[in-house]
Design a protein around this ligand. Structure first.
Ligand code: PAF
Length: 280
């Protein structure tokens, strides 16, 4: 595994790989790698000639007062995990090389970015779209792998790929869960034992929501039931959203339809967690 820190060098490498017609699989991450990330990386490795992983805690996707400073960082542990899997390149840029003084260009995917998480994290998806766009330009992957836990992020990146004519296939990958159903997330590291236990209410709520939808309850009734279950957990200190949404527009759904997105964002004490199910 080669570690590349300088964007210009990363671009030179991928340019040469392209000349040799090698397919490139890319997994962008913010590090603190867990089994969720590793499953994406293994898949990228299986499906491409060359695998590139980036680790970059992207400052522009954190709103003021969010957890940028304390976001879990474990570069040495991450390197070991990546070495073990046997990826080809780890791109590990400095913030100043991607956002030098005077940096002033941002990518904004209108509409989708204001829904769900966008309402509670102003500027978040602009930061995500901007960094992913920059990484796509440097790495020029054939395929890019994203976890379905961040469903809204996938929709936004897919829209950006289409709107900006990137020749990249976005591969959505299933959410990886702990045994009790909690979706793996780097932010789970913030939870103490009690909070970790309480966090399973997110999965329980999604399961119940899915069951009720399949039983034929109306989306509005399902939403009410979901909120009731979440409220029954004392460590849920804030419900940012919970309910039934259209999987393409992310608008709240009131009538029955063929496909639904069940989605939740809550705070367990101070830790914000999200999860979702697609229901067909
Ligand atoms: O999902 C993430 O970890 C981040 O949003 C991403 C895609 C690496 C961009 O910083």
């Amino acid at each position: 595994m080669e570690i590349i820190r300088i964007p210009r060098i990363m671009r030179e490498i991928t340019k040469n790989l392209k000349i040799k017609s090698k397919s490139i699989g890319f997994v962008p991450t913010m590090g603190a790698l867990h089994e969720g990330h590793l499953s994406l990386i293994r898949r990228a490795k299986d499906e491409n000639d060359v695998t590139v992983v980036s680790i970059f805690v992207n400052p522009t996707q954190f709103a003021e007062g969010e957890d940028f400073e304390k976001y879990p960082r474990d570069t040495e542990g991450d390197k070991e995990k990546l070495q073990k899997i046997g990826i080809d390149y780890l791109f590990l840029p400095e913030a100043t090389s991607l956002y030098p003084q005077g940096y002033s260009t941002y990518v904004n995917v209108e509409g989708l970015s204001d829904k769900l998480c966008g309402k509670f994290r102003p500027g978040h998806f602009q930061g995500v779209a901007t960094i992913v766009c920059k990484l796509f330009n440097l790495i020029r992957p054939n395929r890019a792998y994203f976890g379905q836990k961040d469903y809204q992020q996938i929709l936004i990146i897919q829209k950006m790929i289409e709107d900006l004519n990137f020749d990249i296939e976005l591969i959505p990958c299933p959410t990886i869960r702990d045994e009790d159903g909690l979706a793996m997330s780097s932010r789970n590291a913030y939870l103490n034992e009690k909070e970790r236990k309480a966090a399973t209410v997110i999965y329980t709520t999604l399961r119940e929501g899915e069951r009720l939808l399949k039983e034929g309850l109306k989306p509005k009734e399902v939403k009410e039931k979901m909120i009731e279950i979440l409220r029954s957990e004392p460590l849920v200190t804030e419900i940012q959203y919970a309910g039934v949404y259209d999987p393409l527009t992310l608008e709240e759904v009131s009538e029955k339809q063929a496909k639904y997105l069940l989605a939740i964002a809550v705070k367990i004490n101070n830790t914000r967690l999200i999860d979702n199910f697609l229901v067909y």
